[in-house]
Design a protein around this ligand. Structure first.
Ligand code: PEP
Ligand code: MN
Length: 337
């Protein structure tokens, strides 16, 4: 059960509600986010929900039978809108995030920013801390690179999304990112998720390589219940027995997630298939599957990229894709209306 409380509820009223919930045999967790104040109550007994709904200080009360609660669509219809300082994600908008796998240096940053700006892209992706399978692979250029990138991006009015690998990086990164990315390898790093619940910036959580859809929703529940409701989910491919491509982009997850959660759903076809020649087609398939946005790897010279060049689009490929995405998004909308 989710109990939405009045925002400025007095302590005495909150305590009365908590007592009533406990009397029903439910265990309540208080959740205060940037926008709302909730009690998430877990229990089994049947009772007339109006018993809670009538109490002073309660705005609304909802039964949610799912294992995850706050991210469930059972209590909040439609798709939540995330406002990244004026750039919308969700709630009927289509959002493109694009950039290199790794941030490499000022020259590369500027060439990509100029290209994104020409194509109307408002959010640039890029890793400064790279979770590489081998410790001998390029590990990212770290905080100095992030600071340079943030400064250059601001000049273009472009927001940035970058992966945070560890709890200790959250604070130093805070003033230089607009969205924190949690990578596939950290999808169930509950300590990291819990700490990201305390920040005032949006978070994108990628699905783990062997993570189920429900695992991803529960990861999001960790962040939300720790206080941050500006969240989105990302399908980036899972590991299967198939070896013909890098990962198995599970586009089935898109409509299923859209049915189960009010959070925006983003597709990453770059890591999802891992083969440049198919990335654009899989991106468009993601749009048709109903995603709220895409995250794509792009570089001026993909063959020279420090990481993931084999799945990175060139500038002409990306320009073509963005036009096709807009047309496909509009086409899907027409089909649905
Ligand atoms: C990335 O986006 O660069 C990345 C490392 O992705 P993932 O966590 O999906 O592997
Ligand atoms: Mn990559």
């Amino acid at each position: 059960m989710i109990i939405q409380l009045e925002h400025d509820i007095q302590d005495a009223l909150l305590s009365d509600i908590q007592k009533e919930v406990a009397a029903l045999g439910y265990k309540a967790t208080e959740v205060k986010t940037q926008h709302q104040h909730y009690l998430v109550a877990i229990g089994k007994s049947e009772f007339d929900i109006r018993r809670i709904g009538h109490l002073d200080g309660v705005r609304d009360v909802h039964r949610v039978s799912d294992a995850y609660k706050l991210v469930s669509k059972k209590w909040k219809v439609g798709t939540s809108k995330i406002d990244v300082d004026g750039v919308p994600i969700g709630a009927g908008h289509f959002t493109m995030m694009a950039g290199p796998c790794s941030i490499e240096g000022e020259e590369q940053i500027k060439s990509i920013l100029a290209h994104l700006s020409e194509n109307g892209v408002k959010i640039m992706r890029g890793g400064v801390y790279k979770p590489r399978t081998s410790p001998y692979s390029f590990q990212g250029i770290g905080m100095d690179g992030l600071k340079t990138w943030y400064k250059c991006a601001k000049e273009y009015g472009i927001k940035i999304i970058s992966e945070v690998l560890a709890v200790e990086q959250i604070e130093p990164m805070h003033d230089y990112v607009d969205i924190y990315q949690v990578g596939a390898r950290n999808s169930q790093n509950f300590a990291l998720l819990h700490e990201l619940g305390k920040v005032d910036k949006p978070v994108l959580i990628k699905r783990g390589m062997s993570g189920t859809i429900e695992d991803l929703l529960q990861s999001a529940e960790y962040v939300f219940s720790s206080g941050n409701e500006r969240l989105m989910l990302c399908e980036r491919g899972i590991r299967t027995y198939e070896k013909a491509y890098r990962n198995t982009l599970d586009l089935n997850a898109v409509p299923i997630l859209k049915e189960k959660t009010h959070l925006p759903v983003i597709v990453d076809p770059s890591h999802g298939i891992g083969l440049r020649r198919f990335v654009s087609d899989m991106a468009l398939a993601g749009v048709m599957a109903g995603c709220d946005g895409l995250i794509i790897e792009v570089h001026e010279k993909p063959e020279e990229a420090f990481s993931d060049g084999q799945q990175t689009l060139s500038f002409p490929e990306f320009s073509q894709l963005i036009k096709a995405c807009m047309e496909t998004f509009a086409f899907r909308r027409r089909l649905q209306s």
